[in-house]
Design a protein around this ligand. Structure first.
Ligand SMILES: [Zn+2]
Length: 504
């Protein structure tokens, strides 16, 4: 995610700088690292690849999703599994008390007043037989399913769930506004089973509180004729009948599945390195700019970190009050950014969300326990985008104004320092503290690491980190080990200082 408010404050000055620059992309970081050496030991997190098959009908009249989901799960752990856990993030929208927004943001999240959303589980079955389940946890955001027979190591299970999702009139990740219907974090998604057991964190109001494994998806969604659709994955087929259209969509090696619908989408496409970049904008506003930023970001990050392996990437104007939000193959970009007088904020947020395709999307991490890991790297990658595209002196200015000044401004307003970047979401007091430390100080740390290691070693290490943890979940420890392995400099001191961490 990238918070729009902070950006808007800083950017009127910067916008002027960019007007005079031509948009030629030059990429300096072309390194051929060859096969990364997979020699050092890391604790590999669980690598189950569940497969979801979801049939869903969007009922516009009632803003309801009526769905049937089949999930195939294989126990790739060494232990017997008695219960399976799923997140029911949609249930956070049931109540004002659990809605995933800070109190000060409620009016912006619900422009027409609080509106209830949620997910109703109708049945859980294995074959034709009902399976026991329990809805539990904070805000009823966890689902525990207990099959009749435990799942032995190597065995698999197929479950069918019927459910309904009520979309609230809310312009956050899930809900609808004047222009778009945002369908994200909407279906029962498997929790991650790792060395700490099942991860059952609720839908926190700050950060992007998600942690998931790479999965496969086949989604059939039926929508009214007037709607256009943006989504994760590739559209295989569209069938039209008197009730509307049904999209058959397939996605492999992704950790979530998001959809945005609109009657007002204007769609434009481009090709970059064999990936189709699709710009969806409301009534065509700044469609060309958004498409170009998306193409440039994809090219720069492809060459810097390693190739984006998917066939499509959608940049989607959405009723979204926060700024931007990343999902696999799809970034939601707040409509207000398209409506600004200047284009810098739009470009910044698009570059940031697309960088998340590498850091979060492909290289996953526990965004609750170690939110800095993808967010700081993503924010720093955004600086790299400006450096590659416009040159080092522009990167310097963006860094000074967007990162350093914002962080120092925060420090000036709060006493007692900040306590380090590596903290879990619930250790942050609010979104301002979170973004100043995780984005601001986090990007400063990564920038300092590059200075310490030198350009070549730094980029080589990032490419190796991407290569090693692509389609997996990485940890701070994995990141540290990969960087340290690529330099003679001792990074212990830097990591200890910035992350407030003891490294043995
Ligand atoms: Zn982000």
């Amino acid at each position: 995610m990238r918070v729009g408010r902070a950006i808007a404050k800083k950017l009127h000055l910067l916008a002027i700088i960019f007007i005079t620059f031509t948009l030629s992309v030059s990429v300096h970081y072309i390194l051929d690292t060859g096969q990364a050496q997979k020699v050092f030991s890391t604790f590999t997190k669980s690598e189950q690849v569940p497969r979801y098959i979801i049939n869903v009908v969007f009922d516009e009249q009632n803003m309801l999703l009526e769905a049937k989901q089949r999930i195939h799960y294989e126990n790739t752990t060494e232990g017997t599994i008695k219960d399976l856990y799923f997140h029911l993030y949609a249930n956070a929208f049931n109540d004002i008390g659990t809605a995933p927004f800070e109190a000060g943001d409620m009016e912006r999240a619900y422009p027409n007043g609080f509106d209830e959303g949620g997910i109703e589980i109708i049945s859980v079955k294995k074959g034709n037989k009902k399976v026991n389940y329990k809805i539990m946890g904070e805000g009823n955001t966890n689902l525990r399913v207990t099959p009749k027979n435990p799942i032995e190591p190597g065995a698999s299970i197929e479950l069918t769930m019927e459910f309904k999702v009520k979309l609230p009139n809310s312009i956050g990740r899930m809900g609808y506004g004047e222009n778009t219907v945002n369908i994200a974090n909407w279906y029962p998604v498997l929790s991650v089973l790792d060395e700490n057991g099942w991860n059952l964190e609720p839908y926190h109001s700050i950060g992007d509180p998600f942690y998931s494994n790479i999965s496969g998806y086949s989604v059939n969604i039926s929508i009214p004729e007037q709607y256009k659709l943006a989504s994760t994955g590739n559209i295989i087929k569209v069938n039209a009948d008197k009730n509307g259209k049904t999209y058959k969509i397939k996605a492999d090696n992704v950790r979530d599945f998001a959809i945005v619908l609109s009657k007002k989408f204007f769609i434009n496409r481009g090709d970059m390195d064999g990936t189709e970049v699709i710009s969806y904008t409301i009534d065509g506003l700044k469609n060309e700019q958004a498409l170009n930023y998306g193409m440039d970001a994809l090219q720069i990050f492809n060459r810097s970190f390693g190739k984006y392996p998917y066939k499509q990437l959608s940049v989607v104007a959405s009723d979204f009050f926060v700024g931007g939000m990343e999902y696999p193959n799809l970034v939601m970009i707040g409509q207000m950014l398209y409506e600004m007088d200047e284009d810098f904020s739009l470009e910044y947020v698009i570059a940031h969300e697309i960088a998340h395709q590498w850091w979060y999307g492909m290289v996953g991490n526990n965004e609750i326990k170690e939110p800095w890991l993808d967010e700081a790297l993503t924010e720093y990658s955004t600086l790299m985008y400006f450096e590659e595209k416009y040159g080092g002196h522009i990167e310097e200015q963006v860094y000074e104004k967007m990162i350093k000044a914002q962080y120092e401004d925060f420090l000036g307003r709060r006493s007692g320092g900040d306590g380090g970047i590596l903290k879990s979401l619930d250790e942050f007091d609010d979104q301002l503290q979170y973004s100043s430390i995780v984005y601001g100080k986090g990007a400063m740390f990564i920038r300092e690491l590059r200075r310490e290691m030198g350009d070549e070693a730094f980029i080589k290490a990032l490419r190796e980190y991407f290569d090693m943890y692509k389609f997996k979940n990485a940890s701070t420890e994995n990141f540290y080990n990969t960087l340290q392995k690529n330099t003679d400099k001792d990074l212990k001191k830097e990591f200890s200082k910035w992350l407030n961490l003891k490294i043995e």
